[in-house]
Design a protein around this ligand. Sequence first.
Ligand SMILES: Cc1cc2nc3c(=O)[nH]c(=O)nc-3n(C[C@H](O)[C@H](O)[C@H](O)COP(=O)(O)OP(=O)(O)OC[C@H]3O[C@@H](n4cnc5c(N)ncnc54)[C@H](O)[C@@H]3O)c2cc1C
Length: 417
Amino acid sequence: MPASPAQPLPEKADVAVIGGGYTGLSAALSLAQRGAKVVVLESETIGWGASSRNGGMVLSGLKLGVNQLISRYGRELTRRMYAASLESIDAIERLVKEESIDCDFARTGHLEVACKQAHFDDYARQVEVIGRECNHFLRVVGRERLRDEIGSDIYFGGMVDEGSAGLNPARYVAGLAVAAMRAGAQISERTRLQNIQRESRDGSPGFRLNSSQGSFWARNVLVGSSGYTGAATPALRRKIIPIGSFIIATEVLSEALARQLSPRNRQIYDSKNYLYYYRLTPDNRMLFGGRAAFFPETDRTIRKSADILRLGMIEVYPQLREAKVEYVWGGTLDFCFDSMPHAGKIDGLYFAVGYAGHGVAMATLQGEKMAEWITEGKTDNPFTEIPMPGAPFGLYNGKPWFLPFAGAYYKVLDWIS
Ligand SMILES: Cc1cc2nc3c(=O)[nH]c(=O)nc-3n(C[C@H](O)[C@H](O)[C@H](O)COP(=O)(O)OP(=O)(O)OC[C@H]3O[C@@H](n4cnc5c(N)ncnc54)[C@H](O)[C@@H]3O)c2cc1C
């Protein structure tokens, strides 16, 4: 990770950005390019959150399927949401090129694999509806041809999108930070936002931000703290469920074994709620992730997840029984109560959150959209137009006591559906 230059906080800024991940840094880059004076507060170090720990899958679509989106939001809004997911991949490709970010970005395509016959039967319907409504074309792969895509026999078939991509997430977030600083944004690491109050200055409405490194005034604030949103922004925290996700990486595999496991080097995930996602790294390790424990990362959940994920990996790929697992880590995902991304304003603060495991591309795009909104007063962003639900009966203060029940619920759902 690049180190940001040690610099005191300014007295005032046009925009204070909370969080130094994809959302915050892509917003900071775009804001600085538009001439705004931007300060990013990051409580740890650049990219410390999910943005350096994820699977690096740059995926089309959202967590929810297109049929579900249509029944919830109608066809027009669904089309715009799906188009935003495709635009988000293009946004990364453009940024990587423009800013010369060395992060192994490649349009490898993604493969979703069906754990049940019923899931596979649904793929044909999904391909048809995405083609018809969104003018984007995926491909169904029958069980008999699945070996062309994956070296595993446990699935009922697959669905391929050639437009999706993969990258090295930590290198990408590092590159974004360098680009933002080059454009003039200040990044203040080890600076935790503690609280915010509304305060006018020279007749302009704005906010006083109190942080672990002192206080300053900003005309606007963008919160991009995702799954790590804390007590400094309590209203937003009550709308986000932090969920743990974990990854193991094997030792470097032989070229022949790697090609057998993933002949086309796809970004792969399965059709369960409690899903596994996996891919090869450029140096031929198998990187295998999942929501092995629902709770966010601790030494205990990480250790437990390593065992669970290794068993999962061997179930998919018995060929990896002898492969040594060399790394394990965890991070926290941000889910909203409707599993949708949301952007808007809460208590006067701009925010973009809720990427639900699809945040690599979408957080980058949302950062750009928020920069446009803040500087130009408008933006075309379907995720600002949908209602953002809170917890049922308001029974939530940001501490997800219900995660074990939710985990059990989704496991049962995976058995029966
Ligand atoms: C293990 C794992 C695997 C994943 N795999 C994928 C994948 O393959 N594809 C995909 O699309 N998505 C994936 N995701 C999701 C994706 O990584 C996230 O959606 C995305 O990184 C969110 O970026 P962000 O900038 O919004 O948040 P983050 O990167 O989480 O950054 C938030 C930052 O805010 C900081 N912060 C919090 N509170 C404060 C405060 N008070 N003051 C200052 N700073 C604060 C935190 O320190 C943190 O660095 C995965 C996530 C995890 C955890």
